[in-house]
Design a protein around this ligand. Structure first.
Ligand code: AMP
Ligand code: MG
Length: 487
């Protein structure tokens, strides 16, 4: 491991210094032949990094953690977590490192974190490594989410390490460089609470408040105000997931952030036809993390956060329980408000008619479900109905009379077609396209990945020649969306 000149990138090591109890200094595994597969130039520039330096051999070594920037203290972060409902008291970064924080001009910190950087003492049975396919998946899905306006961690780069890793078959290894407004998770608070060190819990809450909920510092009860802030951020986040049809797949408490950013893109995917039972994770046998369960699971996870925070909410624990219970009770209303206003926008309706929009949307969903309509194509094509292209949308429905009746109610509210096209994407990273791009990348051909990335980074801008990227997977939607077949 070598130290880099400060000019390459200076990183702070606040978390490492402030939380030695929660951060274990560690170093990344060597890689003999690292090769940069993708670099997020706009993000690098936003962070004040020079893309050319990041592309240089020393820059690439920094992106996998084998060269450490001045001031940085790479650490593995420790956290606990409920995984599929079962509690693991000590998880932590088994294959990841927090390299350090980037200090932005306004004083805000952003984490530079590496995933796939080798075994740490938290690796348990794992090899500490990651494969090119899944790291490129996180890159493309997280950047697509950002382009769609969904809060998320960002992806700065994926570097192929030159090492072959063993899964069911040998695969090329890779490291993802991830940017996040922090890596504090519900599980971080669960771990801090489990140490019994209330001062640590309080310091952690103060750190989270500084980074994510500064106004909570002024509140009478900062711990409660932090909880309320996270409840609001997560209610809005999950509403956004639901509106774009995103299924996270592993909403364990260690995969739920305090910032309200989506984190850890594993078996995630975008649903095509609306079905609340949609699950993409092969290990989620009971559908715990199915599309339709996500709001309920978010609330369950927030309850775990509330339990962890109890000692710092109020000295009297009965009072603390009453306070957090009331806060958790606001989740459904906050979620519904976020969902209704998002639906109102998708339906092209002006502010102030959220209730009418919510009723319209609630009546629409069973029709979409019964007719197995592709969610993304439906909302995008709905503006066409205002512009006189009725049949393209209507023909997708089994019960066209019911859809006509719905349409009349909707049109009476005066929807704005252009506004709809600004919020209803044409392009999402559809699973079959992502799979195709990752399979090619694993074989060494990055062109399909680069093309798909270009498409999903401009989701609202319909472009000629890209029809294939807008269409649902051919196997499933043929019947449901027949008017689009052959066009
Ligand atoms: P995840 O469900 O991907 O968020 O991971 C859950 C936990 O397993 C985290 O503590 C990870 O660091 C750890 N983990 C996942 N994959 C590996 C691996 N290949 N080697 C070591 N630890 C891993
Ligand atoms: Mg995780």
């Amino acid at each position: 491991m070598t130290a880099l000149p400060a000019s390459t990138l200076a990183l702070a090591n606040r978390y490492a210094r402030e939380f030695p109890e929660l951060a274990l200094p560690w170093q990344a595994a060597e890689a003999l032949d690292p090769e940069l597969l993708v670099l997020n130039v706009p993000l690098a520039l936003e962070l004040g990094m020079d893309p050319e330096r990041l592309r240089s051999p020393e820059g690439v070594r920094m992106l996998i953690g084998t060269a450490v920037p001045a001031g940085a203290t790479p650490v593995a972060q420790v956290y606990a977590g409920h995984q599929f409902g079962g509690y693991s008291p000590r998880l932590g970064d088994g294959r990841a490192l927090l390299l350090g924080e980037i200090e932005e001009d306004d004083g805000r910190l952003r984490d530079l974190h590496l995933k796939g950087s080798g075994r740490t003492p938290f690796a348990r049975g794992g090899d500490g490594l990651a494969a090119v396919g899944p790291m490129l998946r996180e890159y493309i899905v997280s950047e697509a989410m950002h382009a769609l306006g969904v809060p998320t961690t960002r992806s700065l780069a994926v570097v192929e390490t030159g090492r072959t890793i063993r899964r069911e078959e040998p695969l090329p290894g890779a490291v993802l460089a991830r940017i996040a407004s922090s890596h504090l998770r519900v599980g971080t608070f669960q771990y801090a609470r489990s140490t019994g060190d209330i001062e640590l819990l309080r310091r952690l809450a103060d750190h989270a408040i500084r980074r994510h909920a500064p106004s909570a510092a002024e509140a009478d009860r900062p711990g409660l105000a932090l909880l309320e802030g996270v409840i609001g951020a997560q209610a809005e986040l999950v509403a956004k997931w639901m509106l774009v049809g995103f299924v996270h797949g592993v909403m364990n408490t260690d995969n739920m952030t305090i910032s309200g950013e989506t984190i850890d893109y594993g078996p995630c995917a975008f649903m095509e036809r609306l079905d609340p039972a949609t699950v993409f994770s092969s290990i989620d046998d009971h559908g715990r993390y199915a599309y339709g369960n996500q709001p309920a699971v978010a609330r369950w996870n927030l309850t775990r956060l509330a339990e962890a925070l109890l000692p710092i909410v109020a000295d009297d624990q009965d009072e603390a329980v009453a306070l957090v219970t009331a806060a958790l009770g606001t989740f459904p209303a906050r979620y519904n408000a976020a969902w209704s206003s998002g639906m109102r926008e998708k339906l092209g309706l002006r502010p102030g008619v959220d209730d009418a929009a919510s009723t319209l949307a609630t009546d629409l969903l069973p029709m979409l479900e019964d007719s197995q309509v592709d969610l993304t194509s439906f909302f995008r094509s709905l503006s066409g109905l205002i512009r006189g292209r009725r049949d393209a949308v209507r023909d997708a429905f089994v019960d066209r009379d019911a859809f006509d009746a719905w349409t009349q109610r909707w049109l009476q509210l005066g929807p704005d077609a252009d506004a709809m096209d600004r919020v209803n994407p044409t392009y999402i990273p559809r699973n079959h396209l992502v799979e195709e791009a990752l399979a090619a990348a694993t074989e060494g051909d990055l062109d399909p990945f680069a093309r798909l990335l270009d498409v999903v980074l401009r989701p609202f801008e319909e472009r000629p020649g890209l029809e294939r990227y807008a269409a649902p997977s051919p196997q499933r939607s043929f019947r449901a969306y027949r008017t689009y077949c052959g066009t």
